[in-house]
Each structure stands twice: as C-alpha cells, then as structure tokens.
Ligand binder design. Structure first.
Ligand code: FAD
Length: 516
C-alpha cells in the first residue's frame, strides 16, 4: 500500500493524474468506509476562501468516521513524506487547510443528524457534535430543542473543528469566552493515528493542545459543546460615535458590567464618513426604512467613524415595554452621537445567521467566491489600540477595505491559558478584523498590494512594540512562529513531539516540516 501512495506522490510531481483504477486501488489499500477523489476531482481541496494560494493535493478523502480518519493518518505515517490536512469548510485565508501532494480529509463528510446528541450532565446541557459539522447546522439542531451554544462566530458556515482549532470569537466572547472556552470534551485522532477522548481530566494535554492548536496535534472528530436555553428574539442595535475614545470607553464599560447589567452581544466596527455603500455611512442602518442623517454628526467628526453593535436577548413572552425599558436604561449610560441610533427586532436564528444574508449579496456581486480575500485579523491590547486607530484606521485605511473593519473588546480572563491560542498580555484586548473584499480584476486593487499593506500593518505593530498577536496566524518561518508563540513556543513544540512527532498534520500552517 505504501508503495502505491509513494507512487502517487511521485506521479503528482510529474503533473500526471491518477486514473479511476488507481483511485479505487488507493481506496482499497486504505480500507476506508468513505470515499476518495484524486486528480481534477480533488482540486477543490487545493483552494480556500482566501483565494490567494492553491496547491495540488494527492487525494481528497471523505472519511465516514473517526476510524477512517485514523486509517488515513496511519497510512501517511508509514510513508516517508505524506502529510494529512483536515479541511473543515475551507474558509481559511492563507492555505492553512491545504496539503501540497498530501491527503486532505473532507471533515464535512463526518457530519449527519445521527452524529448529534444532546445530554444533561450535572444539571447542564451539552451537544455532542461532529468535528465536521457546520455551526449553522448545530444551531438549527439545538434550536429544535430550545437550546443553543453560548459562544459563536459571526458567520456560521464554518466547521466546529475549524473554529476550535483557532478560537472562535464573536460578540458573546466577552461574557463566555471564545468557543474554545465552551467545550468540555473532544474526540481526537492524533498524528500517531490514535483515537483518544480528551477533557480537562482525561488526556488534558491533548485537550488543551487541540483547542487553538491550528490542527497541529490531532484531528477533532467530535466535540462536546456547552448549551444554554435559547432566547426567542433579539433587539439588534447600532450606535454611532465620532470619537474613538468615546467608542472604546462605552464598549469597555459594557464588556466589564455584570451580566444582568449589560447587553448579550457587544461588537463594533469602523466605517468611512462618506456615502460609499460598501464602506461608508450606508453600511450602518439595520433596515431599509432607516436612514443615516449625516447632519447629526458633530463638526469635529473626521474621515472615519465608529459603530458600536449590540444585542439584547429576550423571550416571546416578554412584554414589548419591558424590552424597551431595559434597552433604554442601558443606552442612557452611553455617549453615542444623539439620534444616530438604529434598532430592529428579529428572531435569534435570524440574528445569528445575519452574515448569511451578506454572503448572498456578495455572491450576487461576484465578490464572494470569485475574488481573493486578503483578510487580516489581530488581537491588539487596549494599551495600544488608540495608537493603532490613529495610524491604521484614521490614516492608512481611511477609505476602508472594501468590506467590514471590525473592532471590539475581549477579556483575557475568559480565555483558558492552557489552550494553544496565544493572546496579548493585557486583560482587555481588541479583535481587529480587516475583512477586505476586492472587485474582480482589472477593476479591483492589485491583491499583492493589499497583502503588502497587511504586512506593513503587522510590521508596524512589531516595530512599535505593541502588545498584540495575529489571530488566525499565518507565518512562513520558524523564527516568526517562535516570535508569535513567545514563551508558549516550548510548550507548543513539546505538544507536537508528543502527539504528532512526524509532523504529518496540518502542513498548510507551515509551522513544522514533515519528518521522514
Ligand atoms: P478550515 O479553513 O477548513 O481549516 C482551518 C484549520 O483548521 C486548518 O489548519 C485545518 O487543517 C484545521 N482543521 C479543520 N478542521 C479540523 C478538525 N476537525 N480538527 C483539527 N483541525 C482542523 N473566525 C472567528 O473566530 N469569528 C468569526 O466571526 C469569523 N468569521 C468568519 C467569516 C468568514 C466569511 C470567514 C471566511 C472566516 C471567518 N472566521 C471567523 C475565521 C474562521 O474561524 C477560520 O477561518 C476557520 O479556520 C474556518 O473554519 P473552517 O471550518 O473553514 O476551517
């Protein structure tokens, strides 16, 4: 069997494509319950949402369960150079889920209704979900039972294993921590091909290693996600600020209040003080009937403005006046620009699926699937965020990035330092997301230029000695990864040696090289 695999790697080197016979031989050799695509049929596994990198995998494997995943990893371990990449929904930006001439696992094929179970343990409810499940499917299944996970991402067509390998953050993370703080057990196939259950008390090093572990220590085939009772409805609110200091003061005030005394979701974004429909004032109103009246802005307003985005959960049985009173009481303490305030009510499901609607619009405009997305995500400490605003938002990016520029505070104490994610030092730090959308060439800006601009921003943060980390990191050299992990590098390397000593897993992260 290994001879076959090696021959395929060799064939790939010469650009030849394995034929159907070869595919079925490979399938038989691996003894899979699932299926395999090679050649052109595997091309999808060599692309991602970023649209800036592509490689040719040897095969795209659709495992039918953890046993198949383990078989593939074991087979790779018997070859001198094969690697294995778990591919969630391929929503990485920089090729992180790719395996050049390696085996890519389509984790989505692990999902199905039968792989969703809810249980009650010590008075709390949990859902056992497949590592390849999309969060939007987890949402639908949980809501059918009146339950929901507590911590989300903004966009839900991402897989459970994909976000848990990073962190998974949205406007609930200030209260409940990232998604990695909201799982209590994982089933993981390590780089040695062992299938292990892990939790705080069982194989804890693997459990915390895999959470935020960039896929380096194992493939998450199942996760146990903590649930809460789902609200029925959401009051979704946007408030406009002209001054960054007012915006951050209110955002930080809200994320540090006791639960009963704040909103259930706190995010924010920067937008241009102009009429651009993609990056300017028209992006703020929440309903077609609402209008942004720029005459309300103070004369001191500059070229960029800030929007605090909030949500309050409620139940169908709550009287409208109760909701109004609660919202009014909370807003009364905030210093946004008077009358630049927008509110709508919508179901909890529609609120959580809000980015799906933006996706449909972007698809219709040809800027979702057909153009590159040179996105940059950073965690910037509160101590340096004003300077970041002054240099990056107010100057470098004052015309916007063609899409949202998110900025909202998170609390370090809600993250578990035993996981592999690295954070800035300070208790309050901001997620900064430059979600660049580009018009199709030749109209759009050259993507290379945008990538260079991203690098300049990161370099600026380093040069200035900012307390910051890249989120969804992508570096190319060991030196850069060492700098990224800082004093956690030794632990990261040790975990690699324990769980994937031949560096078979997640080669697209470009942290470790395959050991023959
Ligand atoms: P992939 O891109 O397929 O994989 C990512 C990495 O995880 C790869 O290294 C892969 O090998 C590894 N991996 C995948 N599955 C597994 C598994 N089961 N076990 C182990 N390793 C695995 N992030 C946020 O935190 N908050 C957001 O609000 C948010 N919004 C987004 C919106 C959009 C439109 C996009 C494109 C991305 C967004 N992200 C967000 C980023 C997203 O969390 C990451 O890109 C994530 O990696 C994507 O998940 P995926 O399932 O597509 O994973």
């Amino acid at each position: 069997m290994i001879a076959y695999l090696e021959r395929f790697v060799h064939e790939n080197d010469t650009e030849s494509r394995p034929d159907d016979d070869v595919v079925s031989t490979l399938c038989n050799a691996l003894d899979l319950q699932g299926s395999i695509d090679c050649g052109a049929a595997a091309d999808a596994a060599g692309k991602d949402f970023g649209g800036m990198h592509s490689v040719r995998p040897l095969a795209f494997v659709r495992p039918s369960g953890a046993d198949d995943v383990a078989r593939v990893v074991k087979a790779a371990s018997r070859s001198p150079n094969l690697t294995v990449a778990a591919r969630g929904n391929g929503h990485s930006i920089n090729g992180q889920a790719m395996a050049d001439r390696g085996l890519v696992l389509d984790m989505r094929s692990l999902d199905g209704e039968g792989r969703f179970h809810v249980s009650e343990i010590d008075g709390s409810c949990y859902a056992d979900v497949s590592g390849g499940a999309l969060w939007e499917d987890v949402l639908r299944r949980c809501l059918g039972l009146g339950l929901a996970p507590r911590s989300w991402t903004d966009y839900l067509s991402l897989t459970v294993g994909g976000t848990l390998s990073n962190a998974g953050v949205s406007g609930q993370a200030f209260r409940y921590g990232p998604q990695t703080s909201n799982v209590t057990e994982l089933e993981v196939v390590t780089g040695k091909g062992e299938t292990l259950i892990c939790s705080e008390s069982e194989n804890p090093e693997l459990f915390y290693g895999a959470l935020g572990g960039l896929g380096q220590f194992g493939i998450i085939t199942r996760a146990r996600v903590l649930l809460q009772q789902a609200p029925d409805m959401v009051r979704w609110i946007r408030l406009v600020y002209s001054e960054f200091e007012d915006f951050t003061r209110d955002a930080e005030f809200l994320v540090t209040r006791p639960e009963k005394d704040s909103f259930d979701y706190v995010e924010g974004f920067v937008f241009s003080n102009n009429d651009n429909p993609l990056t300017g004032r028209p992006t703020v109103p929440l309903h077609p009937d609402q209008e942004f009246d720029p005459t309300r802005l103070p004369p001191t307003a500059g070229s960029v403005l800030y929007c605090l985005e909030l949500a309050l959960h409620y139940r169908n049985t709550d009287h409208p006046s109760t909701v109004d009173t609660a919202v009014h009481r909370l807003l009364a303490r905030l210093g946004f620009v008077e009358q630049l305030e927008f509110q709508v009510d919508l179901s909890y499901m529609d609120f959580l699926l809000r980015v799906k609607r933006a996706e449909e619009d972007a698809k219709a405009n040809g800027i979702w699937e057909d153009t590159p997305h040179p996105w940059l995500n950073l965690f910037v400490s509160k101590s340096h965020v004003s300077e970041f605003d002054r240099v990056v938002f107010k100057n470098l990016l004052k015309e916007g990035v063609g899409g949202p520029m998110l900025i909202y505070p998170l609390l370090r104490s809600k993250w578990d330092s035993r996981t592999s994610t690295v954070l800035p030092e300070g208790e309050i730090f901001y997620l900064v997301a430059l979600l660049r959308f580009t018009a199709p060439q030749p109209k759009g800006p050259m993507v290379d230029k945008l990538v260079v601009q991203n690098k300049e921003i990161v370099q600026y943060c380093f040069t200035k000695g900012f307390d910051f980390k890249m989120y969804l990191p992508h570096y190319r050299s060991e030196e850069e990864w060492k700098r990224h992990f800082g004093n956690q590098w030794t632990r990261f390397v040790q975990r690699k040696a324990n769980f994937d000593p031949m560096a078979i897993l997640a080669p697209g992260q470009k942290i470790f090289s395959r050991i023959p």
